[in-house]
Write a protein that binds this ligand. Structure first.
Ligand SMILES: N[C@@H](CCC(=O)N[C@@H](CS)C(=O)NCC(=O)O)C(=O)O
Length: 256
């Protein structure tokens, strides 16, 4: 059942580190959800990376905080359930708040349509976002084609081209002819902006990013997301990697 149709109060607490990390796409989803549904009381709680050594072991051990797997992100739902793992959290929110869209034709099976949307989500999360973090944690030298993780750079670039080509076939700015973003658009938007903020080598040629750039503009102009960015709530920090700052400074220095 969709939550949009009933007015019961819903308490949602997303709990993650103070970085973009795995969860940024879900943050965007929840900002839009909270703006659309007045019955949703949404807030974020943060585990602070800078205090991880002191705080995290106890929080991890307390499964009423860190959920069944003792990892973040988790979503505390109505103080009754803890939903764990990034993709299931995103998919749960999408199911609850109608972020799976609708097939163009009434004859199309909605379960099949949901699987098409989830295909895009999985490509964006597992193949693009996760690999970008592998590249970051392993400090890939973008000028060294023989770096052990250099093939991941090619993989991410190629997946962006595939996502762009698929999106270009849509009659709207969103995947599969939707007039409002689905979970797929939130994940691809995050992956694309993360790559842009990280390194241009992760992106295909400009002509192969046109549809993704249009998606980015559409998403950034959504009132709740524009407010999020204007309030400076997007973390500059991507990950919990202890070498991220130094690695990104090195990359930035090479660009100049
Ligand atoms: N498969 C999980 C992985 C979650 C995960 O590994 N989270 C990391 C942070 S990004 C974590 O909590 N690390 C601390 C720990 O494992 O103690 C997901 O996709 O959410």
């Amino acid at each position: 059942m969709s939550t949009s149709t009933n007015q019961e109060k819903i308490k949602v607490r997303l709990y993650y580190w103070n970085a973009r990390g795995r969860i940024q796409a879900v943050r965007y989803m929840l900002e839009d959800v909270a703006a659309k549904y007045p019955n949703v009381d949404y807030q974020e709680d943060f585990e602070i990376l800078e205090k991880a050594a002191e705080d995290w072991p106890a929080h991890k051990a307390d499964r009423s905080i860190s959920g069944p797997f003792g990892t973040l992100p988790v979503l505390h739902w109505n103080d009754t359930h803890i939903i764990a793992q990034t993709l299931p959290i995103g998919q749960f929110i999408a199911r609850k708040f109608d972020l799976y869209g609708k097939p163009k034709s009434a004859n199309e099976d909605p379960v099949v349509f949901q699987a098409l949307i989830d295909g895009v989500v999985s490509c964006a999360y597992t193949d693009v976002i996760f690999n970008i973090f592998m590249i970051l944690w392993n400090q890939v030298d973008f000028d060294d084609p023989n770096h052990p993780y250099a093939r991941l750079v090619k993989r991410v670039t190629s997946d962006f081209k595939t996502l762009n080509d698929l999106l270009a076939k849509s009659s709207t700015s969103f995947f599969y002819d939707q007039h409002e973003p689905t979970i797929a658009d939130y994940f691809v938007f995050y992956g694309f902006t993360l790559a842009k903020d990280f390194h241009s080598a992760l992106l295909p040629a400009d002509e192969d990013t046109q549809a993704l750039s249009k998606l980015e503009q559409e998403m950034k102009s959504r009132p709740a997301l524009a407010k999020y960015f204007n309030e400076g709530r997007l973390y500059n920090r991507f990950s919990g990697s202890p070498t991220e700052q130094q690695y990104r400074a090195k990359i930035a220095a090479k660009k100049n």
